[in-house]
Design a protein around this ligand. Structure first.
Ligand SMILES: [Zn+2]
Length: 175
């Protein structure tokens, strides 16, 4: 198990477009997946992409765990390698996002994204799969794919007047 210090905005690694993975079974790919899972859980995040642990490769993990504030829309651990968005819904939804790489997840702001997406990727065993997601998981997947393209969520905030600290965001959650 290895928890890696999360790379922060301003570090070139987090602003760089990442490369496709070519060897899925390599120890290096498996180590990155394990470190992503360990670090995501240690930092209490619902998704994490390889550039956030200093690796410019196209891998991310998601796990929408149940919390005091989140009872619905939870989702199991998923691993995405070389993800491609196949389709997105026309309907958009606005929701607050934070990020382990933006002020160490202490900064939240509203971002508009398609409500539903279908994504194709490769799993940790090297097998291709497609997955259709909506609501929070769709948002997390799009946020993580942006990381692989060197894009951070705060670049997409729709209203800077609605930005909140994590402390205030947690207080207003659900309203
Ligand atoms: Zn992020």
């Amino acid at each position: 198990m290895a928890v890696i210090k999360t790379v922060q905005a301003g570090n070139p690694i987090i602003h760089t477009k990442s490369e496709d993975v070519t060897v899925f079974s390599s120890g290096e790919t498996q180590r990155i997946i394990t470190d992503l899972i360990d670090t995501m859980r240690a930092e209490d995040l619902v998704g994490m992409a390889a550039p956030q642990i200093g690796e410019n490769v196209r891998i991310f993990v998601t796990e929408v765990r149940e919390t005091e504030y989140r009872k619905e829309g939870t989702d199991k651990l998923r691993i995405f390698i070389n993800p491609k968005i196949l389709s997105v819904s026309e309907k958009l939804s606005s929701g607050y996002e934070g990020c382990g790489s933006v002020a160490s997840a202490q900064f939240f702001g509203p971002v508009e994204r398609p409500e539903e997406i279908t994504v194709e990727a490769i799993n940790e065993s090297g097998e291709s799969f497609t997955h259709t997601a909506d609501s929070l998981l769709a948002r997390v997947i799009q946020h993580e794919i942006d990381h692989l393209d060197g894009i951070l969520f705060h670049e997409k905030i729709t209203d800077m007047k609605k930005v909140m600290s994590k402390e205030e965001y947690v207080k207003t959650r659900g309203k």
